[in-house]
Write a protein that binds this ligand. Structure first.
Ligand code: UDP
Ligand code: MG
Length: 238
């Protein structure tokens, strides 16, 4: 099945979900999103960006597109490209006035979408989740804390969890988000804030990974430190 047709026009909300081998989580995730979004009576789309999964993720997404053609959309990357490029592709295709990003593995709680939307009403350009009670390994949580402290120290940013991928963005600033190299998605709040956009946060519910496995390991920490200074040096624009 080819990419589902993305119509031109405007919706209230787009939800972008990068997917790499998340077959066990997808049905549950989509169910949770529908449960949250349906009562809101908003026009919205859920864009699943398949990063060339080798499991049944694509089959599941095709099923959603058949069952809920008004809501579910599928994009497939031509080759395995990583989370940053999957997100880029989804953000570029989104036609919602507010665009929300969310992981596919159920670690982010779609229930938090309501609070993201409420917070956006206060006039923010981007609102990020803060995984205050983080449900990852101690090492991963500690490394993330270190990264957050560094960013606050060096940049004056106020938010606590710069790399949480549960976020909402105003459509106007989506095009300003630099996502050119793998890993850059971790610096979106910094990039936007360096460009003068207003970035806020909500405390979000973080859950243990229930199915599948994390696509990253702790070795990336050294790379993230280098990447951080790269983002600072170009003021978040490249
Ligand atoms: N992901 C992706 N391509 C990749 C790695 C990850 O699309 O090369 C997706 C993955 O399916 C998930 C999200 O990005 O929806 C975050 O990945 P993961 O949960 O492995 O990261 P972690 O939460 O461990 O940092
Ligand atoms: Mg995860």
């Amino acid at each position: 099945m080819p990419d589902s047709f993305i119509s031109k026009g405007v919706l209230d909300c787009s939800i972008v979900v990068p997917v790499y081998n998340e077959e066990e989580s997808l049905r549950e995730l989509f169910g949770e999103i529908l449960k949250i979004m349906t009562p809101l009576k908003k026009d919205y789309e859920v864009i699943f960006v398949d990063d060339c999964s080798s499991d049944a993720s694509e089959v599941m997404i095709n099923d959603f597109c058949r069952e809920f053609p008004e809501v579910a959309k599928k994009l497939t990357l031509s080759e395995r490209s990583g989370q940053t490029q999957a997100l880029r592709r989804g953000l570029d295709s989104a036609i919602g006035k507010i665009v929300i990003s969310l992981d596919a593995d159920l670690q982010n709680d779609p229930g938090d979408i309501l609070r993201l939307l409420d917070k956006m009403e206060e006039g923010y350009d981007c609102v990020c989740g803060w995984r205050k009670a983080r449900q990852d390994t101690i090492l991963k949580a500690a490394m993330s804390k270190f990264g957050n402290v560094m960013q606050r120290l060096f940049t004056g940013m106020k938010i606590h969890d710069v790399s949480c991928t549960l976020r909402a963005y105003k459509k106007e600033c989506v095009g300003k988000i630099a996502l050119n190299w793998e890993g850059q998605h971790r610096f979106i709040p910094l990039s936007l804030s360096l460009q003068g956009y207003r970035v806020g946060e909500i405390v979000s519910n973080h859950r243990k990974r229930k199915y599948g496995y994390s696509k990253y390991n702790h070795r990336r920490v050294f790379r993230v430190v280098v990447d951080f200074f790269r983002v600072l040096s170009v003021r978040g624009t490249k």
